[in-house]
Design a binder for this molecule. Structure first.
Ligand SMILES: [Zn+2]
Length: 198
C-alpha cells in the first residue's frame, strides 16, 4: 500500500512499540494526523523529554530524573531490606502497594542462558557491590515467577548465602509465568507477606 513518506515513517515508528501490529500502527498514524497541532507537539515533546531527562539511578538502577533516585535518597526508608526486581515498572507496582518501606535494586533483565544473558549482563555486579557498602540484612527476590526469574533468584540467593544475608522469595499468589508488573496490588501484597526463605 502506498503512503506519502512522512506517514509511512510515522507508521514504522508506531510498529516499533510493543503490542502494536501493522493495522493498529496505520490507525494510530492517521489518528495523529487528525490531532490538533498543540497536542501533537506536546506528545512529541513528552517522548523526547522522557528519554532525555530520565536516567538510571547509579545506586539501585531505577529510572529517575535525579541521581540518586528519590527512593535511595529517602532516609525514612529501611535500608536493611532490598527488594530485587527485574524492571523499573516492578518498582512502581511495588510502590503502588504502599506496604514495602525498604529499598530496591533493579536488575534490568533476568538470567537466561538460552538467550546468552548471564549475571554480568544484568545489574547483578552492582547489587553485590551494594551489599559490601550498605548494611543489608535481607534481600527479597521479587523477580518474575517464570523460568528466567526463578533462575535469577536462585543464582543471587546462592551467591549471597555465604555472606549471611537472608534471602527470601516472593511466590504466594503470583501466577506462574506472569509478570510482576501485571499483578494487582492485593496479589502483590500477599506475595510479599508470604515470602519464603531461600
Ligand atoms: Zn535509586
Amino acid at each position: 500500500m502506498y503512503y506519502p513518506e512522512p506517514i509511512s515513517k510515522l507508521i514504522d515508528s508506531f510498529t516499533k512499540l510493543p503490542g502494536i501490529g501493522p493495522k493498529t500502527a496505520v490507525r494510530l498514524a492517521f489518528f495523529v494526523l487528525n490531532m490538533n497541532d498543540d497536542d501533537v507537539m506536546d506528545f512529541a515533546k513528552s517522548l523526547v523529554n522522557a528519554k532525555r531527562e530520565l536516567t538510571h539511578c547509579s545506586n539501585c538502577g531505577h529510572i529517575t530524573d535525579q541521581d540518586p533516585c528519590a527512593i535511595c535518597q529517602d532516609t525514612s526508608r529501611d535500608s536493611s531490606v532490598i527488594c530485587v526486581v527485574q524492571d523499573p515498572k516492578d518498582v512502581i507496582a511495588m510502590e503502588k502497594m504502599k506496604e514495602f518501606n525498604g529499598r530496591y535494586h533493579v536488575l534490568h533483565g533476568a538470567i537466561s542462558p538460552m538467550d546468552g544473558i548471564g549475571p554480568e549482563d544484568i545489574n547483578v555486579p552492582d547489587l553485590i557491590n551494594r551489599l559490601k557498602d550498605e548494611a543489608v540484612e535481607e534481600l527479597i527476590l521479587a523477580t518474575n515467577p517464570n523460568i528466567e526469574g526463578e533462575a535469577t533468584a536462585m543464582y543471587i540467593s546462592r551467591l549471597v548465602k555465604p555472606s549471611g544475608i537472608k534471602t527470601s522469595r516472593i511466590a504466594h499468589g503470583l501466577p506462574v509465568g506472569g509478570d510482576l508488573e501485571y499483578a494487582d496490588e492485593v496479589t502483590l501484597s500477599k506475595a510479599l507477606e508470604g515470602r519464603r526463605d531461600l
